[in-house]
Design a protein around this ligand. Structure first.
Ligand code: GRF
Length: 208
């Protein structure tokens, strides 16, 4: 028997609505052995999401809960919750999930659900964060990974990374620069979670 102690691998699942480049960054970090986890499922509200291709390429099971196929948001969320429970995940990662989750789901996954947002929260929550940053005239922008609570982009902050805003930036150029940092911040936050190194103390998250 090996004398080495190993950390039990955490089951990581994802909720993604679109392109999935942040999802890919975590897939890559897990594949490289940087994160002690197993990617156990992708849940998406969008049957056209490119993230589906990424999941298939990585052999990750896909569950599509097509928002358009439900008569009400409540019916959609009921199906979403069933899909999410089915993943039996230790951690749910919201990586470009473009809807606001209902309180039932947020409560059920409290403390084990994180989201990536393309701004230095608490500034510029909500949609078009990079555009908000340009229009406000800030000199520094960035991204935030936070635990999900019942507010919009308000949960305790796990990791932030910043970038300069340059004089000739438009929304796209700034978004690209922030995205490169998102691809570092999200795998780091997932790694810290999977290594049991996060300690939540009210609003503050300590890294052990
Ligand atoms: C990212 O900018 C993320 O911060 C935001 O949605 C975008 C998703 O991009 N929540 P991708 O699908 O990960 O490429």
């Amino acid at each position: 028997m090996s004398p080495e102690r190993s950390i039990d691998k955490k089951r990581i699942a994802f909720l993604v609505s679109g392109r999935g480049s942040n999802f890919q960054a975590v897939l890559d970090a897990v594949a490289a052995g940087d994160i002690p986890g197993i990617c156990v499922g992708l849940v998406t509200d969008n049957p056209e999401a490119y993230a589906i291709e990424r999941a298939k390429n990585a052999g990750v099971p896909v569950m599509v809960v097509d928002y358009a196929g439900f008569p009400t948001k409540a019916a959609y969320e009921e199906a979403l919750l069933v899909a999410m429970r089915g993943c039996r995940a230790d951690l749910f990662v919201l990586a470009g999930y473009m809807r606001i989750l209902g309180t039932g789901i947020v409560r059920e996954f409290s403390g084990r659900m994180m989201n990536i947002h393309p701004a230095l929260l608490p500034a510029f929550s909500g949609l078009h964060a990079q555009r908000q940053a340009i229009e406000y005239g800030v000199k520094v922008a960035g991204c935030t990974v936070h635990l999900v609570d019942e507010g919009m982009d308000t949960g305790p902050i796990v990791v932030q990374r910043c970038v300069p805003v340059l004089p000739d930036d438009d929304e796209t150029r700034l978004a690209d620069r922030i995205l490169a940092e998102e691809h570092k911040a999200l795998p780091l936050a997932v790694k810290l979670f999977c290594e049991n190194r996060l300690e939540v103390d009210g609003r503050r998250v300590w890294v052990r």
